[in-house]
Ligand binder design. Sequence first.
Ligand code: MG
Ligand code: MG
Ligand code: MG
Length: 318
Amino acid sequence: MNYVVNKMNKSEKIFVIGHKNPDTDSICSALAYAFFKKAKGKNVIAARAGEVCDETRFVLDYFKVKEPVLIKDAIGKKLILVDHTNPSQAVDNVEEADIIEIIDHHRLEGLETKSPLFARIEPVGSSATIVADMFFSDNIKMDKTIAGLLLSALLSDTIIFRAVTTTEKDKKIAKRLAEIAGLDPEKFGVEIKKAGSSIKTKTEREIIESDFKLFDSMKLGVGQIQIVDNTEINERKEKILKEMEKMRLEKNCKTLMLMVTNILAQDTDLWIVGETAAAEKAFKEKVKNNSIYLKGVMSRKKQIIPPLREVLLKEGAL
Ligand code: MG
Ligand code: MG
Ligand code: MG
């Protein structure tokens, strides 16, 4: 008998947990994987490292599933990490936890573990894809609820198969999950994304600030809101522009922008207040009604900032 091993109670709780600011993949993969491990006789409980977002709330309500338990500190806990490995994204004090498994679909960075572990990391569209694959290959029975949760996570992370990270495997697994859950992936995916991007309860300021970045040296602020239907936000355009101008003065920016990005149409209506000359040069388009329409543009980091920076550099403004 090995005393060190024996000291650990066999029924000791293990928590499956996703990253902070949990998305639907982090929550639903944790729930499904806990179920999977329980089916194999392990004492595993689904956990979360933060508040669930609107999109995930919709999914949990839809399938009538309670949210996982909240864990604020990982000290002394046995953990299975899903949907992340980077300690900076993990629950606090993850370095002081005993990580016994990892299920993820991101690049590996920065994690050290105390003991050898089981790790399954695959370049697919979601962690849920991997979890579902494990159910199927181990012949663990999956009910409608688990299939629905996994499908939701898969559709969320792949933006209904539109994200560049989507693989053939994701599509195949989604098809099987959809059959079990009795759902149409495209239709249900749009419902999930709609629920997650509703601006009804948000103030103009909250809409602009929900994902806002300041680029000090450029005297520029750029927010982004992801939507699936432009009607609602267009109806509030005037008020939002007014709030943007207020914010521009507060933050001492020359220009303030809001990327109104439609993830289904895969385009961005770029709303602009303040100086517009640099934007017109960068995107080779005149500003009309405070906006420039950009087909195929979805990334601030890759498609908005670099052309603007180039123009400002050329003009000696940087
Ligand atoms: Mg995630
Ligand atoms: Mg994910
Ligand atoms: Mg995600």
